[in-house]
Design a protein around this ligand. Structure first.
Ligand code: SAH
Length: 220
């Protein structure tokens, strides 16, 4: 039996909570108000699906905290139809939120166990997200360039291959942008990097976050 309706109230409370915490982009809030986060968490954590917390998804990985998803989505600010590459599919929740906002989402996951679970889940929920099993450090050359790249694991520094898959600025059109947490294992600073010229990038530092690490090579 479908019991999704039971979660609606809790989901709208989560939206209120995110608003109180400073998320102001109505498109982001509307998307979070739509995406059934309880479908992206393990059965054991169903009761906590709409708490503003990260939760384990197996294989030592986590579904990001809703505030973090909202913050990254708000900073990335994808327009409808924009091509967005996500590194670190994990549960698929962040990809679903961006898709709900109208972006064309491409997402890469390095763990086969997560990829095999998440790809069919996104499909079954009706999200048209393109998923790939591979090392996200390499980006996704076949679908590049991207309007935006969102990295949802902590990087030690800026991966050059990803920077090069951002759209170049053209005439009055600005180049692509990337939102990425950068720093050592215990804490990262969220950075927004913009391609301002063919070979020139500008970066601003935002708040501190804590992510699972961005690692190379695939597993499984
Ligand atoms: N966006 C996810 C967050 C998952 S946690 C969500 O909404 O649930 C980060 C994910 O990044 C993990 O699944 C981890 O396996 C993956 N990851 C880490 N390094 C990676 C890499 N180099 N390429 C692709 N995925 C990577």
């Amino acid at each position: 039996m479908n019991e999704d309706w039971k979660f609606e109230k809790r989901r709208s409370r989560l939206v209120d909570e995110l608003r109180e915490k400073g998320i102001s982009d109505e498109r982001v809030l509307a998307a979070i108000g739509q995406v059934p986060r309880h479908r992206f968490v393990e059965q054991a954590f169903l009761g906590r699906a709409y708490n503003d917390e990260a939760l384990p998804i197996g294989l030592k990985q986590t579904i990001s905290q809703p505030y973090t998803v909202a913050f990254q989505s708000q900073t990335l600010a994808p327009e409808r139809g924009e091509r967005i590459l996500e590194i670190g599919t994990g549960s698929g929740y962040q990809a679903a939120v961006l898709s709900e906002m109208g972006a064309k989402v491409f997402t890469v996951e390095r763990m086969k166990g997560l990829f095999d679970r998440t790809s069919p889940l996104l499909k079954s929920l009706g999200y048209h997200v393109k998923t790939r099993f591979g090392d996200g450090m390499e980006g996704w050359a076949a679908f590049a360039p991207f309007d935006g790249i969102i990295v949802t694991a902590g990087a030690l520094d800026l991966p050059e291959t990803l920077l090069n898959q951002l759209k170049k600025p053209e005439g009055t059109k600005s180049g692509g942008r990337m939102i990425i947490p950068v720093g050592p294992r215990h804490e990262q600073t969220m950075r927004l990097v913009m391609r301002v010229e063919n070979d020139q990038f500008e970066s601003i530092e935002l708040d501190a976050f804590r992510f699972v690490p961005l690692l190379g090579k695939t597993v499984g």
